[in-house]
Design a binder for this molecule. Sequence first.
Ligand code: MN
Length: 203
Amino acid sequence: MPNPPATEVACSQEVSRHLAERLRQLRAERGWSLDRAAQQSGVSKAMLGQIERGESSPTVATLWKIATGFDCSLSSFLVAPPEAPEQTLLRRADALRNKPASDDMLVAPLFPHEARFGFELLELTLLPGYERLSEPHAAGVVEHIIVLRGQMDVLVDGAWQPLGPGEAVRFAADRPHGYRNHGAVPAVCHNLIHYPPGAPAAD
Ligand code: MN
């Protein structure tokens, strides 16, 4: 059986190292015990401990719970913010996608969250059959979903809204919402998540 390309493996390890460090750092900053972090995020203490030791590569759904529990952006768990923020950033979704890859949603953090801009731009790939109900994010968080390929539904205002390529929706994400792909091919969208000024969403 062929080995996966070396870069893929290296990137995954890099992601799980960054994730472990980020979670330990956030808990230390807040002075939260593992118990407290588990309560806030709805992710078990055992799982949080494994992540901090770099022993687990969690699903995107779990990452999202942790980010929401800490009022943080998702991308802050995936990549370090750019070191030279004035520099032009050239990004390739193909090089960023698929990490962490242990569930049916792939994420490419195209433009990670930076406090001064107040948004993150993710490329999301929903594999066929994927369905996720999202916990409400912090007050004032707004999501914009723009579909690039395939068909997907977004749960807004209590109803599943079908969207195809070129269609987009903006909604208040501080209430229950969801994403699903009932089609036979992957659905790819951009998700631009806006965090209100002063939100602790920070990097
Ligand atoms: Mn969401």
